[in-house]
Design a protein around this ligand. Structure first.
Ligand code: P1T
Length: 385
C-alpha cells in the first residue's frame, strides 16, 4: 500500500459490531466482561480503546512501522519515550528544538537525575565525541523548531548504533520524512500539528518497529496514562486521512512564501530548507522528499518592527502552534520558546527579531498579498545615524 492509501485504509476497516464504514467514536471508559477476564480484547480505555487503536494502526502504517502509541499531546508522547530512561542516564539533544521539549527535559526530567547535553548535531563526529558510558538516547528534532536546521539522521544513527535514536518528526511529517528507514528507533509526533491538520485537537504519538521498545512505551502509556480520549483520537484520525494532499499544498505555498521573502530588501534572512541558500539544502533533498510548510525569517530593523509586522497581517493569525490549514505567525522568543533562557536562545540564532510562519493552504496570492501589504505598512528603515 502506498502512503495515501495507508492514510485512508490502515486501521480503518468496517466496524465489526455494526458494519459502520467509518470507525465509530467508542465513547466508553470500560467494557462489560462475559466472565472475569473473558472479553473482546478491551477491558479499560486507559489501556486500550477501539477508536484509539484504529488511530495507532493508521499512524504506525504512515511511518512504515508495526507499532504506534497515541498520547494526549506531543509532550506526553515525548515524556513516555524519555520516561524509558533511569536516573543517571544521559541524553544528547539537538540544541534547537521546541521550547516545551526543552522545558520538559531540563525542568522536569532534570530533577529526576537524567542528564541532557544540548548540542549542534550538524557534525556527527562531534556527537560521537560527546557520547558517555551513561549515554542511552539521542533526541533529534529535524527540521528543528524554529530555526529549520536539519540533522542527518542516518549519520547520527551510524555514530551511535547502540543507543535509542528518537526523532521528533512533527515538522516534516511521515509524508516528507521516514526516520525509521534512516536508522531511527522511535518517531515522536505532536499530532496537534500537520497530522491532525485543522488546529482543533491536541495529541501525540510514539511509533516504532521494535517490539521491545513498543512494549516499553505501551507500559509507560498505560502506567502514566497520558492517553487521548476517543473523540480526540477520532478527530486526529480523520485529519490524517488527508495528510498527503495537505502537505503537498503546504509545501507549494511555503516555497512561494520563502522565495517572496528572500527577494525582499526589507527582509534580512529566510530559513527554509527548500531554498538553495539554506546551508543544508543538499541534505534536505537527500533526507526528505519535500521541504514542509514552515518558514522562519528575520526582518531588517528591531524586534518592535517585527512585532508590528506580525500584528498587521490579516490572514496569518498571531498564534502558537502550526500545521493547520490556516496560516499562523509566531514570535518564538516571546511565545513558543519563551521557556528557553535568552542567552541559550540567542546562541542558537533565535533572536527577538525572528518570526516563524506556519504557511497554510489558503490561496497563495492572498498569502503573498497579505505579507506584501504588511511589509509595506511598516515605517521605512532609516539609515543609521
Ligand atoms: O503541543 P504538543 O502537542 O504537546 O506538542 C509538543 C511539540 C513537540 N514537538 C514539536 C516539534 C513541537 O513543535 C511541539 C509543539 N509546538 C508548538 C506548540 C509550537 O507552536 O511550536
Amino acid at each position: 500500500m502506498k502512503f495515501s492509501t495507508k492514510a485512508i485504509h490502515a486501521g480503518q476497516g468496517a466496524d465489526p459490531a455494526t458494519g459502520a464504514t467509518i470507525v465509530p467514536i467508542y465513547q466508553t471508559s470500560t467494557y462489560t466482561q462475559e466472565a472475569v477476564g473473558v472479553h473482546k480484547g478491551f477491558d479499560y480505555s486507559r489501556t486500550a480503546n477501539p477508536t484509539r487503536r484504529a488511530l495507532e494502526t493508521q499512524l504506525a502504517a504512515l511511518e512504515n512501522a508495526r507499532f504506534g502509541c497515541a498520547f494526549s499531546s506531543g509532550v506526553a508522547a515525548t515524556a513516555a519515550v524519555v520516561g524509558l530512561l533511569s536516573s543517571g542516564d544521559h541524553v544528547i539533544v539537538s540544541d534547537d528544538l521546541y521550547g516545551g521539549t526543552y522545558r520538559l527535559f531540563s525542568n522536569v526530567f532534570g530533577r529526576y537525575g537524567l542528564q541532557f547535553t544540548y548540542m549542534d548535531m550538524t557534525d556527527p563526529e562531534a556527537v560521537r565525541k560527546a557520547l558517555r558510558p551513561s549515554t542511552k538516547m539521542i533526541w533529534i528534532e529535524t527540521p528543528t523548531n524554529p530555526m529549520l536546521t536539519l540533522v542527518d539522521i542516518r549519520a547520527i544513527a551510524n555514530a551511535a548504533p547502540d543507543l535509542i535514536i528518537a526523532v521528533d518528526n512533527t515538522f516534516a511529517t511521515p509524508y516528507f520524512q521516514q526516520p525509521l528507514e534512516l536508522g531511527a528507533d522511535v518517531v515522536v509526533h505532536s499530532t496537534t500539528k500537520y497530522i491532525g491538520g485543522h488546529s482543533d485537537v491536541v495529541g501525540g504519538a510514539a511509533i516504532t518497529d521494535d517490539k521491545d521498545l513498543y512494549e516499553a512505551i505501551k507500559f509507560q502509556q498505560n502506567s502514566a496514562g497520558g492517553v487521548p480520549g476517543p473523540h480526540d483520537a477520532w478527530l486526529t484520525m480523520r485529519g490524517a486521512k488527508t495528510l498527503a494532499l495537505r502537505m503537498r499544498e503546504h509545501e507549494r505555498n511555503a516555497m512561494a512564501v520563502a522565495q517572496f521573502l528572500e527577494a525582499r530588501t526589507d527582509v534580512d534572512r529566510v530559513y527554509y530548507p527548500g531554498l538553495a541558500s539554506h546551508p543544508q539544502h543538499e541534505l534536505a533533498k537527500r533526507q526528505m522528499t519535500g521541504f514542509g510548510g514552515m518558514v522562519s525569517f528575520t526582518l531588517k530593523g528591531d524586534d518592535a518592527r517585527a512585532l508590528a509586522f506580525a500584528n498587521t497581517l490579516k490572514y496569518f493569525s498571531l498564534a502558537e502552534s502550526l500545521g493547520g490549514v490556516e496560516s499562523l505567525i509566531c514570535h518564538p522568543a516571546r511565545m513558543t520558546h519563551g521557556s528557553i533562557p535568552k542567552e541559550e536562545r540567542e546562541r542558537r540564532g533565535l533572536t527577538d527579531r525572528l518570526l516563524r510562519l506556519s504557511v497554510g493552504i489558503e490561496d497563495i496570492s492572498d498569502l503573498i498579498g497579505d505579507l506584501q501589504s504588511a511589509l509595506e505598512a511598516q515605517q521605512p528603515l532609516t539609515a543609521p545615524a
